[in-house]
Design a protein around this ligand. Structure first.
Ligand code: HEM
Length: 136
């Protein structure tokens, strides 16, 4: 664990890099798909998304181990994990399941809002996420 802690900064930079890449790629795929493009659901885009998201989760798990935090004690981390599942579900609806363009747009916006909420929860280190700043 001590060895992992020494690499905290590297894991954090990697995590942030993957977070940025993941959010940008999802938004690009979802909006391109809405515009009628076929590539967002083709194999290269799916593989790129899979690789980036695996990197994001791995770097997140390494940070988690380096900091030695528990998701039930550090509730912001537990909240992030719950919201991650919600984000995956919303993303699947946006890219694969929704039938009409209006529905796909709605799921896309909901997924991006969820993504932003996860970022807010991470930065605030607070279960309430961005609402914390409203609480003063
Ligand atoms: C879509 C998913 C995710 C997003 C958008 C995200 C976003 C972020 C951001 C923006 C930070 C930096 C916060 C700061 O400036 O202090 C961060 C830190 C962190 N994330 Fe994630 N994250 C995600 C998934 C995960 C997952 C799945 C885990 C755990 C397995 C995780 C664990 C952590 C940890 C432990 C930190 C370190 C906080 C600190 O330095 O104190 N993240 N995350």
């Amino acid at each position: 664990m001590q060895a992992l802690a020494e690499h905290y900064i590297t894991f954090r930079q990697l995590h942030l890099g993957f977070v940025t890449a993941s959010g940008c790629l999802f938004a690009l795929r979802a909006f391109a798909s809405l515009a009628g493009a076929g590539w967002p659901l083709a194999r290269p885009a799916r593989v790129a998304s899979w690789v980036i998201d695996t990197g994001l989760l791995t770097a997140g798990a390494l940070l988690w181990a380096a900091l030695q935090v528990h998701p039930l004690q550090q509730t912001w981390l537990g909240m992030k994990l719950v919201l991650l599942l919600v984000y995956i579900g919303l993303g699947t609806m946006a890219l694969r399941r929704a039938r009409t363009p209006a529905a796909r747009l709605g799921w896309t916006l909901a997924a991006l809002a969820c993504f932003g909420w996860i970022v807010g929860t991470a930065i605030a280190h607070d279960l309430r996420g961005p609402l914390r700043w409203l609480a003063g």
